[in-house]
Write a protein that binds this ligand. Sequence first.
Ligand SMILES: Nc1ncnc2c1ncn2[C@@H]1O[C@H](COP(=O)(O)OP(=O)(O)OP(=O)(O)O)[C@@H](O)[C@H]1O
Length: 331
Amino acid sequence: MTHVPDTAVATGPVLTVDDLGVQVGPVHLVQGVGFTIGSGERVGLIGESGSGKSLTALALMGLLPEGLRASGSIRLRGVPDDLLGTGERRLAKVRGRTVSMVFQEPMTALNPVMRVGDQVAEVMLLHGTRNSRAEAAAAAVDLLDRVRLPDPRAMARAFPHQLSGGQRQRVMLAIALANDPALLICDEPTTALDVTVQAQMLDLIGELAAERNTALLFITHDLAVVATVCQRVLVMYGGRVVETGDVYDVFTTPRHRYTEGLIAASDLSVVDERGRLRTIPGAVPNGGEFPDGCLFRTRCPAATTRCERTPEWSGAPGHGFACWHPVGEDR
Ligand SMILES: Nc1ncnc2c1ncn2[C@@H]1O[C@H](COP(=O)(O)OP(=O)(O)OP(=O)(O)O)[C@@H](O)[C@H]1O
């Protein structure tokens, strides 16, 4: 299986990813990933740590670390060339304009010695969406207001270290939305924040995306976040998409044994006989140390010898999975 079929979206996809792979030397860290995101659609990408979520996002942004190589195809609506194979100069024109990203730790992405307002204004000037410095500065204050920062004029003059973690993350969101991108990628944008700030930030992302019809790819290992923000979900394990579908369908009737395990592990009401939270047995292997066939088989309660072969993609067009012994089917 190299391509994951997906639901076509009437307006035509904003993002079309086909057979995406990421390799370090001979080791496949991401493999055969394919999906589309429609205009204004909000898609969650979930999986345990090490399942390949961040590498997928970085490949989409053309920001893979040195030594890692991407293959396959990544197409954005309105961009004539495949992003894979596009040179850095042209990619820089797409990044921050058609697609932008909010990372987990804003302090590393913000310039510590530049005023916040100037950083927001700069991305607009860089991409020519505002004509003058004065226009960009006014638009920056406006954006800081839209991400609900208090006293946006004063905020614009502040340096990042003068802001709280939650405020810095709002600034990152303002920068990401400055040029009204068609697609916003969020990689664990609220993980470092405390719970109440986290909830406000999620509401804000959802609201602003809906207001501007911005498509969202939302990466998290928190299933509750996906249920709040997203309409559709992709489940990754071992660098592959193992299940995809409507959030409600996947969370209420998961078919892949891995998804079933993730859901059980995230349900705080489920404890085992010793009163411990249930977790998926075993740990995610390191890249290159997965078994042949179904990558999950060494941790799967339903595995048989059949699982030594790579599972074919099956299910309905809107809800697909790659499992030989799906939940609800007798072995
Ligand atoms: N620069 C790199 N060189 C080699 N291996 C890497 C590199 N970056 C990531 N990996 C490996 O690739 C796999 C996928 O990593 P990735 O960061 O995409 O996972 P993730 O699902 O985003 O996890 P997390 O939730 O912890 O961010 C892991 O096995 C990781 O160790």
